[in-house]
Design a protein around this ligand. Structure first.
Ligand code: ZN
Length: 352
C-alpha cells in the first residue's frame, strides 16, 4: 500500500466565515453555501444550492426539526425569495442529509434526486427498536461485547423522529452521469464505504466537488460494518473511492458536508488513507501479540469513546478494519468455546 506523500501542500480554507443559520454565502454565482444546526457533538451540517437551467437544486437538507423547518422557510421568504427551485438532492440516507427531503419536496412540489441504494436504504432503515433483535444480539456476542453494548447498539436506529416522511418517488442518480432531467455541467461521482452509494457532485467547469461525507477536511468519516450487514467489507470500498477522488484535478475547491470548504483534495485523500493505514497497523500489532476479540480490538483502537453512540460507531469502525485485514489474508479468525470470535496473526508491517 502506498504511504503518505509528506511533500503534499497543506489544506487551504478560502472562506474566513461560515454561514449563520438562515444565511447564504456565495461560493460562485451558481453555488451557495448554507448551514443548519444539529443537536450532536457534530453541531452543524453544510448544505449547498446549485443553479441549473430550471432553477436551484438543494443539495442535502438537514435533519427534520421545528427549528430546521423554520430556517428553511426563512430562506425561501428571505434570500431565495422569488428564485425558482428545481429539486432536492440528498447525497446519502443519513438524516442530516435527507431528514427534510420529504418536507421540502412536498412543501415546494419538487422532485427528489438520490441514488438507488441510498433512496431505498432511507426508506427501509428500521425505526426505533424496542427490543434487541436476536441477530443483533448475536453480532455483539460474537464480538465479545456483552449485553449492555447490544442494548446501546439500538441507538443506531434511533433517528426516525429526525426524518420527515420520504417522498414516494425519486429521480435516480447514476455514477458518471449528469443530473437526471436537469442535465448541465454537474456529474455524479459515487462513493462507498460510509454509506451504500453516496452521490458527490463534480463540475469541471466550476472546478468544484460537493463531497457530502465522503471527503471532510478535519474529521475522519465513519467507515463501519453495520449490524444490518454484518459480513460487509466497507473499508476496501472506501479505499477504492479515495483512489477515484485522487484522480480529480488537484486545484478544485471541495465543498464538504461538515467543516469549511477547502483546497487540497490530494493532500486530504492521502491523509485519510494514512489514517486508516495507521489504524490497520494498530490491529495488526495487537493481534501479533495475542488473539483478540472485536471488543478488545475496539478498546485498542478507540480507548476513550465519549458517548454510547460513539462506542457503537467505534465497534463498527474497528470491525471494518478487521474485515479488511481478514479479506487480505493478514488475519485469521476462529471462535473460542463460547463462540466469541478471536483474530490472530498480523505480524509485520502493513505495507509488506
Ligand atoms: Zn453520513
Amino acid at each position: 500500500m502506498p504511504g503518505t506523500d509528506l511533500e503534499l501542500p497543506a489544506l487551504k480554507f478560502p472562506f474566513q466565515d461560515s454561514p449563520r443559520p438562515g444565511e447564504l454565502i456565495e461560493i460562485t454565482p451558481d453555488v451557495r453555501w448554507l448551514r443548519l444546526p444539529m443537536p450532536f457533538g457534530l453541531d452543524h451540517v453544510n448544505l449547498y444550492l446549485v443553479r441549473v437551467e430550471a432553477g436551484w437544486v438543494i443539495v442535502d437538507t438537514g435533519l427534520d426539526s421545528p427549528e430546521t423547518r423554520d430556517i428553511w422557510e426563512g430562506i425561501f421568504s428571505g434570500p431565495m425569495q422569488g428564485e425558482p427551485m428545481a429539486g432536492v438532492l440528498s447525497t446519502h440516507f443519513h438524516v442530516d442529509h435527507c431528514g427534510l427531503a420529504g418536507y421540502l419536496t412536498e412543501r415546494r412540489r419538487l422532485p427528489l434526486l438520490m441514488s438507488y441504494r441510498e433512496y431505498f436504504t432511507m426508506r427501509g432503515w428500521p425505526g426505533d427498536l424496542a427490543e434487541v433483535p436476536w441477530q443483533h444480539a448475536e453480532f455483539y456476542r460474537k464480538g465479545g461485547c456483552g449485553e449492555e453494548v447490544a442494548r446501546i447498539g439500538r441507538l443506531m436506529f434511533n433517528f426516525a423522529k429526525l426524518l420527515s416522511p420520504p417522498p414516494p418517488s425519486f429521480l435516480c442518480l447514476r455514477d458518471g452521469e449528469p443530473l437526471p432531467v436537469f442535465g448541465g455541467a454537474w456529474r455524479i461521482i459515487m462513493g462507498e464505504g460510509h454509506s451504500p452509494e453516496q452521490a458527490m457532485l463534480f463540475s469541471a467547469d466550476d472546478a468544484i466537488l460537493i463531497s457530502g461525507d465522503q471527503l471532510l477536511p478535519t474529521i475522519t468519516t465513519n467507515v463501519s460494518v453495520s449490524v444490518i450487514n454484518p459480513e460487509d467489507d466497507p473499508l476496501g470500498r472506501w479505499f477504492a473511492s479515495l483512489d477515484r477522488l485522487a484522480e480529480l484535478p488537484a486545484d478544485i475547491l471541495v465543498l464538504p458536508a461538515h467543516g469549511a470548504p477547502f483546497y487540497g483534495i490530494k493532500t486530504r485523500v492521502a491523509e485519510l488513507r494514512a489514517h486508516h493505514e495507521e489504524q490497520l497497523q494498530v490491529v495488526l500489532d495487537l493481534c501479533a501479540t495475542r488473539p483478540a476479540s472485536l471488543f478488545e480490538i475496539t478498546q485498542a483502537m478507540f480507548p476513550y469513546p465519549s458517548t454510547d453512540f460513539d462506542q457503537i460507531l467505534a465497534i463498527g469502525e474497528s470491525l471494518a478494519h478487521i474485515r479488511y485485514l481478514v479479506s487480505h489474508g493478514r488475519l485469521e479468525c476462529s471462535p473460542d468455546k463460547s463462540g466469541v470470535l478471536y483474530y490472530r496473526g498480523g505480524s509485520g508491517d502493513l505495507s509488506v
